[in-house]
Design a protein around this ligand. Sequence first.
Ligand code: C2O
Length: 507
Amino acid sequence: VSAATYNWNVGWQTENPDGLQPRPVIAINGQWPPPTLYANVGDTVTIYLKNGLGNETTGMHFHGLFQNGTASMDGPTQVTQCPIGPGETFTYTFQVNQPGTYWYHSHNGGQYPDGFRGALIIHDPSIPYQYDKEEVLVLSDWYHSQIPDLIPGFLSTTANPHGAEPVPNSALLNDNPTTSFSIRPGKTYLFRIINVSNFASFLLKFDQHQMAIIEVDGVYTVKQSTDLIYITAGQRYSVLITAKATAPGQNYAFVGAMDPDMFDCYPCSNVPLNATGYLVYDSSKPLPNSEPTFPSYTSGFYDDFSLVPYDKQPLLGPVTKRITFNVESGTYFNQNRFAINGNSYVEPKVPTLYTVLDAGHEATNPAIYGQYANPYIISHNDIVEIVVNNGDSGGHPIHMHGHNFQMVERSPPFTTPHKYSGTPTTTPPATPVRRDVMKVQASGYLVYRFRADNPGVWAFHCHIDWHLTAGFFATIIEAPLALQAQSIPANHIQACKHQHLPYRGNA
Ligand code: C2O
């Protein structure tokens, strides 16, 4: 067991990643694109995070890590911690036992699309697949405006009567308009693909090179070959790409294309929806002009349900606890917002984790958390089934902290809302794919399971940051009495003295 220690100071600086518009971004130690956080399985990772933003609070989440035994290190503001005030340093420390591809991001007030997000890679000496070299490919949408400047217009029912999300200005590959990987004949490359977008799902295709999927969201899979990947905000894929056996005498393009079905401006004639990168076999040869072509878009296209986890973990059952989330978009608090079972989430004044630890035996009573925290309580070792009935006409990348999830059933998209009947329409897979972000289709439903073996307070939300901001959020309070054995480090409690600061407001 070793340690990976990082001293990170987040601060503003001006960057122009698409070459079209310089703007302030949140950088780490003066570096943007932000650094990749590397660790090995078994490491204790420690991050001393200094808030050097000057004008607003912050916080940091490690997307996909279970934080088993360290619930207070999970990062979402007002769920597991208070926001970190300007000038303050806050310590995250936890052991990592999960190999694979993750990412870190601010979980405070729509801050990650302003730049505070990056790759988090956990290396595994016993990865069950062989490769010669590893590459990281970060896909992102990009906005020319800072997110707090766009939120009021998005939420306004008068300025934006249809609740349309702001459309990104560009697509980025590794935070550039284009990127290249140098490739040698005969070698096998592991590409770790991460979509850190605020909003856009991406389609990804390499010209004349197949991808073999070997990992989704930190779960090794039985190798599955594909020439096209659809990846929503928050999701990750590891794929093996085998180079041509002999020097091909040319280079090849690949394209990351934002799913245009998501944008109300479709066809979005003035938005560069695609970003093109290159596999460079021979740098003396020109970059190719030809690009891979995509199949005509079908909103029903999705390919991850058929993946099989490498460990072949069987379907969990019988279900001992079912939670149904009926999601609606509409007008709440006179804004364009989302609601779950009628409630549009509003942050509680005290982080919900802290309420659990202070509540004694009352912690199992949902009423103490406040209606607008959308609290849902589950018991230790429940086999939980969550049903998401999407009453909205757009698809959503559904994410929850603290676990990954067996996908039991996902409906196709519909034009009118369809709710889950309670029994699967097709036999669930015997060894369902597990992941931590799952798309629910437009007006459709999603059913997933997990074992409640990780006491904590876990955020449930849509990973489209516009939607999280608009109340598409619930709090899962898992095994609250067992959770009371955990404690909060003193420097976390210190941060609560800034509780009066508005979310991202002036200090
Ligand atoms: Cu990457 Cu709560 O999420």
